[in-house]
Write a protein that binds this ligand. Structure first.
Ligand code: ADP
Ligand code: MG
Length: 248
């Protein structure tokens, strides 16, 4: 009898995603896939459609056409749409958006709706230990520095064990001094959890540092995709050269 080797489907796959605003295409036929534990970086200048792509995957923006799959299961096309809270996706943004009136522990526990009190506490302690903030467990967001708030936001996003983490310029608001350390720490934790990560940034240096794969975007399209070293050393055109040498 024949034996079949079946490869599992990607953790996240988007196919031919499109979105126009007022007749202007902003996301113009985007496709890519991300495996568990892989960091893919959508890299491109401001206004090229990165956040809109991420928002469609999160389910807070609707595509005009195209499909989104998680573990091979259809999550969203133009007919069917799984609500955002059922997509097993974690989110992190530039503004950490912690709830100011909730303690650090309650912020982290926020997404753990169904868990028992003891389960919530155990997960909160595990994650706060991981981001080295156990001492703030009963503190409030305003008592924390920007970097510390960002680590709480990471713990909160990871608490429900999302399959996918979507990160939109999460490090842009941080001091240069802190940024490298927090990037590395975040990356280590996401790798340990085997989360598939889509990181959005306009900074080539951040993409080079964090990505397993870079998808270079321009005017709503992916113009080049590959390992950071390859994208950097073999730019697809002059505009790509200019983009990589422009910033910083
Ligand atoms: P990026 O994240 O790469 O900076 P965005 O996806 O935020 O880009 O935006 C891409 C383009 O789409 C921009 O020109 C922006 O002004 C436009 N845009 C985004 N959201 C809307 C909206 N809700 N209505 C109209 N235009 C929008
Ligand atoms: Mg954006």
């Amino acid at each position: 009898m024949d034996r079949y080797v079946t490869t599992p489907p990607p953790r996240l796959e988007i196919r031919n995603l499109r979105r126009a605003f007022d007749g202007r295409p902003v996301v113009d036929d985007i496709s890519f896939a991300i495996q568990p534990g892989q960091v893919t970086c959508l890299l491109g200048p401001s206004g090229c459609g990165k956040s809109t792509t991420l928002r469609m995957i999160a389910g807070v923006e609707m595509q005009d056409s195209g499909e989104i799959y998680v573990d091979g299961q259809l999550v969203c096309d133009t007919v069917f749409r799984l609500p955002p809270e059922r997509r097993e996706i974690g989110l992190m943004f530039q503004d950490f958006a912690l709830f100011p009136h909730l303690s650090v522990a309650d912020n982290v526990a926020f997404g753990l709706k169904k868990a028992s009190k003891a389960e919530k506490r155990a997960r909160v302690e595990e994650l706060l230990a991981r981001v080295d903030l156990m001492r703030f467990i009963d503190g409030f967001p305003h008592q924390l520095s920007g970097g510390e708030q960002q680590r709480v936001a990471l713990a909160r996003a990871l608490a429900p064990r999302p399959k996918i983490m979507l990160m939109d310029e999460p490090f842009s608001g941080l001091d240069n001094r802190l940024r490298d350390g927090i990037r590395d720490e975040t990356l280590n934790i996401l790798k340990e959890e085997n989360t598939a990560v889509l990181l959005v940034t306009h900074e080539p240096e951040e993409a080079m540092r964090m990505a397993d794969e870079i998808a270079l975007m321009r005017d709503g399209r992916i113009v080049q995709q590959g390992a950071p070293y390859n994208v950097y050393t073999r730019p697809v055109d002059r505009a790509a050269v200019a983009f990589f040498s422009d910033t910083n």
